[in-house]
Design a protein around this ligand. Structure first.
Ligand code: TXA
Ligand code: MG
Length: 345
C-alpha cells in the first residue's frame, strides 16, 4: 500500500490532519512530518515496537541512536535523568529550535531509542506542524531524518516518498522545510560541552548563551570539505557520524577552483555531470551537464543543498562536481555535510 499523504498548511495545519497523524503515532505507526530543519520520521518514543519499525524503514543500523522530540519542557523529565544548568540556559535561548541536547537518559525510555547507550538526544522543534503533532500525540516522538540510512535527508514530502513510500504509514506534507540542514547536536554530558554534529546553530552562539564557556567541536568537523585527508582518522564521538553520510547515490567531487574545467573534462569524456555551482548557471549549456545555481550566502545555501542533491539523483547524473563554498563559521555545517557527501572519492 502506498503511504498516505495529507497536505497541511505549514503555518496553520488543519486540525483534522494533525489528529489523524497523532492517532497513527499513538497506535504505534510511523509518520513523516516537517520540522524547521528537515523532515523527521516519527514514532512514539516509549513504544519500542514502533521505534523498531523506524530502524527497519530506514535500513538504519541499531547502533545509531535517535533524537527524541518534545512538545514542552515538562516532557524532558520522562526522558533525561539530569537537567544541568547548561541545558536550562540553552533550552531557554534556543528551544523551540534546531538544537539537540545530549543528556543522561531516563531508564524508562526504551534502549532501542538510544542504541543501548546511557544518553539521549532531545530537541523541541520549531515548526507549527511538528509542534501541533507533538501536542496532539501527547507523547515524545523519536524521529531521525526521513530518508534511507546514509542517504540525503528529505526537505520535502516528495523526497520522503522517493525512498520511504510503502515503508511508512503517513506523511504530513507541509511543503519544503525552511532551514534545510539538520540540527546541531551538542553533548552536555562532557565538559566543556561538545558539538557532535555541526548544524544550524554555531559554536559562537552556543558559547555566548553559556556565558563564554568554551564549546568544543570534533576536530574533523572544523576541516573544510575537500581538504580533509581521505581517511578520516578522528574517532567518531557520535555513533551516527559515520564518514559517508548525507550522501547521494552519485559520487560527489568538491573543487576549490577548477570546477568548470573538471565539469568540461567529464562532459567531454561522455559522462553526465551535475554541477552544483556557486552563482548563476546562465552561460553553461554544455551537453550532458546539468547545472544548479547555489547562493553565496550560507543559510540560503543550506536551504537548497539537499533539494539539489535529490534533483541530481533524479536526473540520473553519473557524477556531481561542486564549487567549494567559502570557509568560516557560517559554513561549518555545510562543509561537514559536503565532506560526508564526498567521502571516499
Ligand atoms: O534536525 C534534526 O536533527 C532532524 C530532525 C528530524 O529533528 N533529525 C535528525 O536525526 O537529523 P538523525 O537521526 O538523522 O540524526 C541524529 C544524529 C545522529 O548523528 C545520531 O548519531 C546523533 O544525532 N545522536 C542521537 N542520539 C545521540 C546520543 N544519545 N549521543 C550522541 N549522538 C546522538
Ligand atoms: Mg539523518
Amino acid at each position: 500500500m502506498h503511504t498516505k499523504v495529507l497536505q497541511v498548511d505549514p503555518l496553520d495545519p488543519d486540525e483534522a490532519a494533525i489528529a489523524q497523524a497523532a492517532d497513527v503515532i499513538r497506535r504505534g505507526g510511523l509518520v513523516a512530518f516537517p520540522t524547521e530543519t528537515v523532515y523527521g520520521l516519527g514514532a512514539n518514543a516509549f513504544d519500542a515496537r514502533a521505534v523498531e519499525r523506524i530502524f527497519v524503514a530506514k535500513g538504519r543500523p541499531a547502533t545509531n541512536p535517535l533524537i527524541v522530540h518534545v512538545h514542552a519542557l515538562d516532557q524532558v523529565r520522562q526522558l533525561a535523568s539530569q537537567w544541568p544548568e547548561a541545558a536550562q540556559r540553552l533550552s531557554a535561548r534556543f528551544w523551540p529550535g534546531p538544537l539537540s541536547l545530549v543528556l543522561p537518559k531516563q531508564s524508562a525510555l526504551p534502549d532501542l531509542v538510544t542504541a543501548g547507550g546511557p544518553t539521549v538526544a532531545l530537541r523541541m522543534p520549531a515548526h507549527p506542524v511538528a509542534e501541533r503533532l507533538l501536542g496532539a500525540a501527547g507523547v515524545p516522538i523519536a524521529a531521525p531524518s526521513a530518508n534511507r540510512s546514509t542517504g540525503v535527508s528529505a526537505t520535502s514530502a516528495a523526497h520522503v516518498l522517493r525512498w520511504l513510500d510503502r515503508r511508512i504509514d503517513l506523511v504530513l506534507d507541509g511543503g519544503t522545510t525552511p532551514r534545510g540542514i539538520e540540527s546541531t547536536v551538542l553533548d552536555l554530558t562532557v565538559s566543556p560541552p561538545r558539538i557532535l554534529r555541526p548544524g544550524v546553530i554555531g559554536p559562537a552562539e552556543l558559547g555566548e548563551a553559556l556565558d563564554g564557556e568554551v564549546v568544543a567541536c570534533d576536530p574533523a568537523a572544523l576541516q573544510p570539505a575537500g581538504l580533509l585527508p581521505r581517511d578520516e582518522k578522528v574517532p567518531a564521538r557520535s555513533p551516527g557520524q559515520m564518514s559517508r553520510h548525507y550522501a547521494p547515490g552519485v559520487p560527489v567531487e568538491c573543487r576549490s577552483e577548477d570546477a568548470e574545467a573538471r565539469v568540461k573534462e567529464l562532459a567531454e569524456a561522455g559522462r553526465r555531470v551535475g554541477w552544483l555551482k556557486l552563482g548563476a548557471c546562465d552561460s553553461y549549456h554544455l551537453p550532458g551537464v546539468e547545472c544548479i545555481a547555489m547562493p553565496a550566502e550560507a543559510a540560503a545555501y543550506a536551504t537548497r543543498l539537499y533539494a539539489a542533491l535529490h534533483r541530481f539523483e533524479e536526473l540520473g547524473v553519473e557524477r556531481i562536481v561542486l564549487d567549494l563554498p567559502p570557509v568560516g563559521e557560517a559554513w561549518l555545517a555545510i562543509h561537514d555535510r559536503l565532506r560526508r557527501a564526498s567521502f571516499g572519492l
